[in-house]
Ligand binder design. Structure first.
Ligand code: LER
Ligand code: MN
Length: 274
């Protein structure tokens, strides 16, 4: 088993204050990530256009980094798009936005992440309808990603961010209801700390469905700066033979460079094969 390390970079100024380690300056973030020994970066970009393939390809080659994943949340943060919007046209725009991000990340082997773009029920949309729209969108977007041989990553969020799917078990149930099989779950240890009865047990239940991990502590600070017990989490990920990325999606606490250092030290302690 090999769990690889990644660190997030946000290029979305509207997301300021959010849980991303590096901000704004992609070349600098890539250089620092490489210097600290990360395997990959995960990019949160305002649009597909901001994921210029020449620039990204050049930086990955220069620093011998991989692209772990690309976020799609800017569709919500900037354009208020959601895959469960009551309006047909808005849902179509949301899917088009995600497809463009898939097209930008997948050539680098990076899956797109559906987090806040899942939206929520309410506003005239009942829970079964919202979940059906979400499932249909995940199937369509998963199939779009399949042409590149990369999965689509779906992220259960805590109750303050969505009312659709809050736990790994609910995420597995949703993915099992899909027609296609190209969607995997993102286990974000911050959301799980709020919602799960037991994080390690939930990871074991998630099993082969888990495709990506947001590696972060209980308070959304870097792993090691909160009260999460990572020993049983690391044991559970080993047990399910997780071989994706543990990606640092955490506040830049106390600053970006220190947050990246704290996380890579925690990664080496818990996940790196000796
Ligand atoms: C949001 O809370 C989050 O965890 C991101 O990874 C997805 O939008
Ligand atoms: Mn996350």
């Amino acid at each position: 088993m090999m769990i690889r390390s990644a660190v997030t970079v946000s290029l979305v100024s509207q997301a300021r204050g959010g849980p991303f380690v590096f901000w704004d300056d992609l070349p600098r973030a890539a250089a620092k990530a490489a210097e600290l020994g990360y395997d990959a970066i995960e990019i949160f970009a305002p649009s597909a256009e901001a994921l210029d393939s020449g620039t990204i390809g050049g930086l990955l080659r220069e620093h011998d980094l991989a692209l772990a994943a690309v976020g799609t949340g800017a569709g919500m943060v900037i354009h208020k798009l959601s895959l469960t919007d009551p309006d047909d046209g808005q849902r179509a725009k949301a899917k088009a936005f995600v497809k463009q991000i898939i097209d930008a990340g997948a050539p680098f082997g990076a899956p797109a992440i559906i987090g806040s773009m899942q939206g929520r029920y309410g506003d005239g949309v009942d829970p079964p309808t919202a979940l059906r729209w979400l499932a249909e969108a995940l199937d369509e977007l998963g199939e779009h990603a399949a042409q590149y041989n990369v999965p689509l990553i779906y992220e259960p969020l805590n109750r303050y961010e969505t009312n659709l799917v809050n736990t790994i078990a609910a995420g597995v149930e949703l993915l099992q209801s899909l027609a296609g099989g190209n969607v995997k779950l993102l286990a974000d240890l911050f959301h799980m700390n709020i919602e799960e009865q037991n994080i390690a047990d939930a990871l074991r239940q998630g099993g082969r469905w888990i495709g990506h991990v947001h590696f972060v502590d209980s308070n959304r600070r870097p792993a090691g700066d909160g009260h999460t017990d990572f020993a049983p989490i690391a044991a559970a990920l080993r047990e399910i033979e997780f071989n994706g990325y543990a990606s640092a999606e955490a506040f830049p606490y106390p600053d970006s460079a220190t947050a990246a250092e704290t996380t890579i030290a925690a990664y080496r302690k818990w996940f790196q094969e000796k």
